[in-house]
Design a protein. Structure first.
Length: 421
């Protein structure tokens, strides 16, 4: 856990009182333990170096991105995945090396393709037969591409974040012949060069079995088709701990199990070892982030429920409404026994704006207290909206006892900056 209580009973991160952060900068505010982010990246590096295989690690921008986050990724020698013109623009504005950027997405627009080509990105991750034609049409020089295939593996996770099964908007099916059609089409194109294959089977996956099964299916398929590739990218989806009972993906032992299985399989198949790629996002930033809120109205319905309302909601915390995701809350300004069960509710005009059901909090919680929702570093700011004209929160990186603002709180003026009068 990235937070702990100090001797004054205040919740801290990296030695900094989160009560002080909330009082100084307002709420809602998302704070990250910068050293924890860096350490997660380094753990992946160390695990792969121990395997002896050639590898690359790409940070998945969609989990959380901003200029300072991109710079941090570069400093830790990771590559970068983007899925939109906006994510690519952010990366380029941060000075990220274009050749280390990979462009994903199931429906890249013509404009996005041209923009990526103009900036000489590392490679496109092909997601459809039609995309092959589009990229070849707009290219005027060799373009590296990686083919996203569907191995037919159903990861044990929420159905909305499963992506490797046959019925998916992503990728090209191995079983139904779309993947080999795509490879043939790439080989017949004028400018495209096949660098490798890619697969992503889902998100919030705690174990290694699905990754190992996926790698074996793809390697055997490549052998059957007599296709040698430079890169086998297994995607991301490595799980994190949100609440008690969750298991974070075991980076060291997990990567060892996966790479050992790959080495064994390529030996059996008699093929050269490809470079192994992964794309962690959530497991890099998820547990490093905490969202701070101020408590407002407390409404108790006798023998039914007790609602503790906060000054944010589904505009900055949508995952509970989307996936019925589970979270843990802690009282920031007092270290007291969590002897009450409450529902933490957002302030937006939606009955579904619930952050945590059956949250354990001290019965003394009152208006003006601060709450910390743990493990909100991934898919919170990046999925934030202006619903109800709510302003997006500020974001801080905490390191060496200092708080560094990396995203300013959205102003009221910015809410209407694009409106016409």
């Amino acid at each position: 856990m990235t937070v702990k209580y100090n001797q004054n009973g205040e919740l801290t991160m990296d030695g900094i009182s989160l009560k002080t952060i909330a009082q100084s900068f307002g709420t809602p505010t998302i704070v990250y333990d910068e050293l924890q982010i860096r350490e997660q990246m380094r753990r992946y590096h160390r695990a792969f170096k121990d395997s002896g295989l050639k590898y690359n690690i790409s940070y998945a921008s969609k989990a959380f991105t901003c200029l300072q986050m991109v710079k941090l990724v570069a400093e830790e020698d990771l590559q970068l995945d983007v899925v939109s013109e906006g994510e690519l623009y952010t990366a380029l504005e941060a000075g990220f090396e274009p050749s280390r950027i990979h462009f994903h997405g199931n429906n890249k627009t013509k404009h996005e393709i041209r923009y990526a080509l103009e900036n000489n990105i590392g490679y496109f991750v092909i997601d459809s037969l039609e995309e092959i034609e589009l990229i070849d049409r707009y290219a005027n020089d060799t373009v590296q591409v990686v083919l996203r295939v569907n191995p037919g593996v159903e990861a044990h996770t929420h159905e909305f974040i499963q992506t490797g099964q046959e019925d998916s908007k992503f990728g090209l099916s191995i079983q139904y012949g779309l993947a080999i059609k795509a490879i043939n089409k790439v080989q017949q194109s004028k400018y495209l060069k096949l660098k490798g294959v890619h697969c992503h089977i889902g998100s919030q996956i705690e174990g290694t079995e699905a990754f190992i099964e996926t790698a074996k299916i793809v390697l055997r398929w490549l052998k059957e088709q007599d296709i040698q590739v430079e890169l086998l990218n297994l995607g991301g989806g490595f799980g994190i701990k949100y609440v008690e009972g969750d298991e974070s993906f075991p980076i060291e032992s997990g990567i060892k199990d996966i790479t050992d299985a790959i080495k064994s399989e390529i030996k059996v198949l008699g093929i050269d070892a490809p470079e192994i790629g992964i794309e962690p996002g959530r497991s890099i930033v998820g547990e490093a982030g905490v969202t701070l809120y101020e408590v407002g109205t407390i409404k108790e319905i006798p023998e039914i429920n007790k609602y503790v309302s906060i000054d944010g909601g589904m505009s900055d915390h949508i995952r509970t409404a989307l996936y019925d995701a589970k979270y843990q809350a802690l009282l920031v300004n007092r270290n007291e026994e969590a002897d009450d069960s409450v529902t933490i509710a957002g302030k937006l005009c939606e009955s579904g704006d619930i952050i945590i059901k059956d949250a354990k909090l001290p019965s003394s919680v009152k208006r003006g207290d601060y709450l910390a929702i743990l493990s909100t570093g991934a898919y919170h700011y990046s999925m934030a909206s202006n619903y109800n004209q709510m302003q997006k929160p500020s974001v801080f990186f905490l390191k060496d006892g200092k708080a560094r603002e990396v995203i300013k709180r959205q102003s009221l003026r910015q809410l209407i900056i694009n409106d016409t009068k």
